[in-house]
Design a protein around this ligand. Structure first.
Ligand code: PHE
Length: 339
């Protein structure tokens, strides 16, 4: 019985038949079990001898079953691993990788330039206190210029910022002038209650710039703007300052750059002037400095606010600002840096 069992166990090549053999030998109605049960009918003096022998047969068979089961399981695992092996040389499925939005590309380019000149790059809250957006920017409650910027109010004191200029007040308030001059740019989204059309969007971007120190002049402002235009558009472009009005700068200017459509010769895009308006700027108003706790008799400087959306439209000849916000990949991938 033992040799027969061992031979059968060795011969099996699958776990199912191995289990059948185990049941046939050692199961409740198995042959060995039968022998062990049959012992009660033996004469008393034979019992120990037969019992001991039957037990060793049972142990031998159990051992053989276990080792054969382990062997078969290992073989099954090997087979499975072989069948599921991966060809690592096969080309992978390409993953579509995103990249910065065209407006973000322009913002990044501006920030890189200014960081290289020692400016801090700061971001401010889009949901802003009315105090920072208007009051601290020298626009008291009944100031008519508040109408220039139609505002989304969230409550009487909280609004969606209409400009990045509140970051002027916020940084002036916290800057420690004993550590050196204040030089910062602050890019971000602003909101106005405009009806969307090709040249208006209720949401667009601005990059605010602010430089405050002891002897800053308007020439520094013009030089800085010229540098920015050269960096973003090229050396051929010039900057022109025109007198203007903002409540938080005095004097205030609007800056034009050479029309890229006609290189300054005059065309329909620039209404034959040869220039295109791109930003507002000026020397920071003494009231703005005072309200933020900075002494206007000691410190002064310039501020500017540029619109990267407008820059992108001019640079790439985009004629509808809304295209930047629809997020149609077919439109956006045209500005891919990856070619
Ligand atoms: N905040 C102004 C605007 O939104 C632009 C500006 C910024 C003008 C800084 C002067 C100085 O139109």
């Amino acid at each position: 019985l033992r040799d027969e069992g061992l031979a059968k166990i060795k011969a099996t090549d699958n776990l199912k038949s191995l289990n059948d053999i185990r049941v046939a030998l050692l199961g409740k109605k198995g042959k060995i079990t039968e022998v062990l049960h049959g012992m009660k009918n033996l004469p008393a003096e034979e019992k120990p001898k037969v019992g001991a022998f039957a037990n060793t047969v049972r142990d031998t068979l159990t051992e053989a079953l276990t080792s054969q089961r382990e062997k078969l399981e290992e073989l099954a695992l090997d087979a499975k691993l072989n069948a599921e092996s991966i060809d690592v040389t096969l080309p992978g499925t390409p993953v579509a990788e995103g990249e910065p939005h065209v407006i973000q590309q322009i913002i990044d380019q501006m920030c890189d330039l200014f960081m290289g000149m020692g400016y801090q790059v700061l971001s401010g809250p889009e949901v802003e206190e009315e105090r920072y957006n208007f009051e601290m920017m020298n626009l008291p409650k009944d100031h008519p210029a508040r109408d220039m910027q139609d505002t989304f109010y969230l409550s009487s004191e909280i609004l969606m910022r209409t400009q990045t200029s509140p970051m002027q007040a916020r940084t002036l308030e916290t800057h420690d002038f004993s550590q050196g001059p204040l030089k910062m740019v602050s890019p971000g989204v602003v909101f106005r209650r405009d009806t969307d059309d090709p040249t208006h969007s209720h949401q667009f971007h601005q990059v605010e710039g602010l430089v405050i120190d002891k002897h800053i002049t308007m020439a520094d402002l013009k030089g800085t703007l010229l540098l920015m235009v050269h960096e973003l558009f090229g050396e051929k472009f010039n900057v022109r300052l025109r007198p203007s009005y903002f409540p938080f700068t005095e004097p205030s200017v609007e800056a034009d750059i050479t029309c890229m459509n006609c290189a300054g010769k005059g065309c329909s895009v620039c209404k034959n002037s040869g220039w295109i308006e791109v930003l507002g700027a000026g020397m920071v108003h003494p009231n703005v400095l005072k309200m933020a706790g900075v002494d206007p008799d000691v410190y002064g400087g310039f501020a500017f606010g540029v619109g990267p959306d407008r820059f992108a439209m001019l640079k790439y000849g985009v004629d509808d600002i809304r295209d930047f916000y629809l997020n149609d990949v077919r439109f956006l991938t045209q500005f891919s840096k990856k070619g």
